[in-house]
Ligand binder design. Structure first.
Ligand code: NAD
Length: 472
């Protein structure tokens, strides 16, 4: 589809000067879907220089000008939704229904939400004799993963544009197509030259050059905890602000007061969505011990509804995004079996008839204890672990017994669920299988990250606060 992806620097499309070109693999059948150049430190320097120059004027644009810009972007995005859906399916294997109905609309929603937040945002007010001003932080390096490729790029680009920052984006080398289309959308919407720049590459090349560039003021990173640690170390050399959205191992507590059919069925649906490749997926289901047998039966039936097939088929689940990811999931499924968890459905290998792509069988383990590898490591695949508990206190203890703290889920009678939510160490707690709210702050406690994305709360990370003391 895309054979020679260009970089977008200072308002122009430039042919990459990087020597290395890598294949982009279509996970549906392991065929080559396109090729992308790996940028160099020189490409990064050019992009950062352009962003720095553009910051001088873009940082002082009015709110009205930035609202008009977001309006133009929203209109241009709406013209390209079909292209974006196709690109996402080809690069990371999302089924057509998922790409069209969720992956692409989320990207649009982030621009719409940022626009609404910008209309009301307080960029300055007086405090006694002082003036408190909130100013854009400067040049932002953005590094994103492949699992929700539009969501993870637009949730950075939209608030950065709204607050007056300029930026250089390095999307995942696994999913460079949709990010290139976004750059075309921003170009079409007449984002001023240098405000948004795109350089393709991997972590070792462009990622490293961006996070250690002295003229970058902030790094907004989404990816694994291991890479996030490396990013923070690089950024520390020049004291950059680091916003990190990292891994998760989110608990889903089914309280005794829950409607067990809806609670367990909804939990299975959320771990199977996007082939389990969501950082906030409820991967540990905590079930009252005496209801485990019933919960297992419901979970098995719910998982078996998740048909697996090629993205353009009618299947509910596509492949996982890469061979590396497929291998990692297989290793962890095997670890679950070896450590004595009970395999309820699914298991190792590919589903019948899907021998070529990176397809995983929807898998459920029961009799899991929280010290098993499958309860501790992020699997990032369609694999649910079911853990029994005796009382609410134990459920809360198990839920919090993880290095992560991105999301948590509670199912049960509302007042009881609300009380449990207060005790969970996670950045977002979702009650009773409620739909995700993209205007609510999103981010992690503990090793799941720093800072918050989404909605008005995201603006804070892109702003500096200045106190002008004795202003009046
Ligand atoms: P990854 O960490 O391998 O890569 C993420 C991005 O970082 C890619 O663009 C990659 O090229 C880049 N990168 C890798 N090493 C780097 C380095 N040393 N310096 C700079 N950049 C580097 O992760 P992935 O496999 O693409 O994505 C899966 C991971 O992302 C999972 O752990 C998942 O939980 C996490 N994730 C978190 C969120 C969130 O919001 N918290 C959202 C989605 C994914």
């Amino acid at each position: 589809m895309y054979t020679n992806l260009k970089f977008y620097i200072d308002g122009s499309w430039t042919n990459p000067t990087g020597e290395t070109v890598i294949d982009v693999i279509n996970p549906a059948d392991a065929s080559v879907a396109g090729r992308v150049s790996i940028g160099t430190a020189a490409n990064v320097d050019k992009a950062v220089t352009a962003a720095r120059k553009a910051f001088t004027t873009y940082s002082s644009t009015s709110v009205e000008e930035r609202l008009a810009l977001l309006d133009r972007i929203i209109a241009a995005y709406q013209q390209r939704t079909g292209d974006l859906a196709l690109a996402i399916s080809e690069e990371m294997g999302a089924p057509t229904w998922l790409a069209e109905q969720i992956q692409v609309p989320i990207g649009l929603a982030h621009f719409q939400i940022a626009r609404a937040a910008l209309e009301k945002f307080d960029f300055g007010h007086s405090q006694g004799n002082n003036e408190i001003v909130r100013e854009p932080i400067g040049v932002v390096a953005m590094i994103s993963p492949w699992n929700w490729p539009m969501n993870q790029v637009t949730c950075k680009v939209a608030p950065a544009l709204a607050t007056g920052c300029t930026m250089v984006l390095k999307p995942s080398e696994i999913s460079p197509f949709s990010a290139t289309i976004l750059a075309e959308i921003l170009d079409e919407a007449k984002v001023p030259a240098g405000v948004f720049n795109l350089v393709h590459g991997d972590g070792k090349s462009v990622g490293n050059a961006l996070t250690s560039h002295p003229d970058v003021d902030m790094v907004s990173f989404t990816g694994s905890t291991a890479a996030g640690i490396q990013v923070a170390k690089n950024a520390a050399e020049t004291v950059k602000r680091v916003q990190q959205e990292l891994g998760g191992k989110s608990p889903n507590i089914i309280l005794r007061s829950a409607d067990i059919g809806a609670a367990v069925g909804g939990g299975v649906a959320q771990i199977m969505l996007n082939s389990g490749q969501s950082c906030n997926a409820p991967s540990r289901m905590l079930v009252p011990a005496e209801r485990m047998a019933e919960a297992i039966a419901i979970a098995r039936a719910a998982a078996e509804e998740w048909t697996v097939g090629r993205p353009e088929s009618n299947a509910k689940m596509g492949p996982v995004a890469s061979e590396a990811q497929w291998n990692k999931i297989q290793r962890l499924i095997q670890a679950g079996i070896d450590e004595g968890a009970k395999l309820v459905t699914g298991g190792p290998g590919r589903p019948d008839g899907l021998e070529n792509g990176f397809y995983v069988r929807p898998t459920i383990f029961a009799d899991v204890t929280n010290d098993m590898t499958i309860a501790r490591e992020e699997i990032f695949g369609p694999v649910l672990t079911m853990i029994g508990y005796d009382d609410e206190e134990e459920a809360i203890r198990i839920a919090n017994d993880t290095i992560y703290g991105l999301a948590a889920y509670v199912q049960g009678e509302p007042a009881e669920a609300q009380a449990v939510a207060q005790k969970l160490r996670a950045g977002q707690v979702l009650l009773n299988n409620v739909q995700l709210d993209l205007a609510a702050p999103f981010g992690g406690y503990k090793q799941s990250g720093n800072g918050r994305e989404w909605g008005a709360e995201a603006f804070g990370d892109f702003l500096e606060t200045k106190a002008i003391v004795g202003f009046r």
